[in-house]
Design a protein around this ligand. Structure first.
Ligand SMILES: *[C@@H]1O[C@H](CO)[C@@H](O)[C@H](O)[C@H]1NC(C)=O
Length: 225
């Protein structure tokens, strides 16, 4: 089967020392939409067993896909054998997807190996997708002319209003909405905080928040089928 790369953060602590990581439902929802059609491999900066955000595990009681993901033997073995980003070859994949959690703002955003890989996917015109804080992993990705891949593009990501409500904006080095706008992106968001918002602009696919993760998965599927 053709393959898609899911990139998860390796960051387990925020700037203020709180536990963090990748957001469970933001990996689980797209995973179960895409896994019937594609091989899914995981990668992270540090490789095996990237840390899930404990807050996202607390939320899982209400979410069947998240429960399934945590107990899924295939997923467990994929997580245990997560590749390091430095071991990934863009040519092996049709698409790249970044789950959120605060983690991507803390490690992936400033990781040169990640910036290079994301730029390779984007420049190869492959689906480059991210949800919630996941687009933070794309702030250093550039097109063939060296310009930010956000420049002039319609996209979304976790909003400043949602950061304010969530109360963790001080735990990360920058706010995603501000960064997108500073890079020339045309930032869009749902009319209400936590509302579903998925934006497709060419092969860049972004979702605003946890509620948008399934929509990002469906948009990736639609783009690849
Ligand atoms: C970007 O958003 C604007 C305003 O909503 C819209 O008119 C335009 O068609 C969008 N561009 C793409 C490529 O989706």
């Amino acid at each position: 089967m053709p393959a898609i790369l899911f990139v998860l953060t390796s960051a387990s602590k925020t700037l203020g020392g709180r536990d963090t990581g990748w957001y469970l439902s933001e990996a689980a929802h797209p995973y179960y939409i895409l896994a019937p059609h594609f091989t899914i491999d995981f990668a992270s900066p540090a490789g095996p067993n990237p840390p899930p955000d404990p807050d996202s595990i607390k939320d899982l009681v209400n979410d069947a896909d998240s429960v399934k993901f945590l107990n899924d033997e295939t997923v467990k073995s994929k997580l245990a054998t997560t590749k390091k980003l430095s071991e990934v070859n863009e040519k092996d994949y049709l698409a790249i997807f970044y789950a959120g959690g605060l983690g991507p703002v803390l490690d992936l955003a400033s990781d040169p190996t990640n910036a290079k890989l994301a730029s390779q996917f984007y420049q190869a015109k492959k689906i480059t997708a991210a949800v919630c804080h996941g687009p933070a992993a794309l702030v250093k990705a550039v097109d063939a002319s060296g310009k930010s891949i956000f420049s002039g593009k319609n996209l979304t990501g976790f909003s400043n209003t949602e950061e304010e409500i969530g109360g963790k904006g001080k735990e990360i080095p920058f706010l995603l909405e501000d960064a997108i706008i500073a890079l020339g992106g045309k930032y869009e968001k749902a009319p209400e905080p936590w509302g579903v918002k998925v934006v497709v602009d060419g092969h860049l696919i972004t979702g605003q928040n946890p509620a948008s993760a399934g929509g990002v998965g469906r948009a990736i599927l639609e783009a690849l089928m």
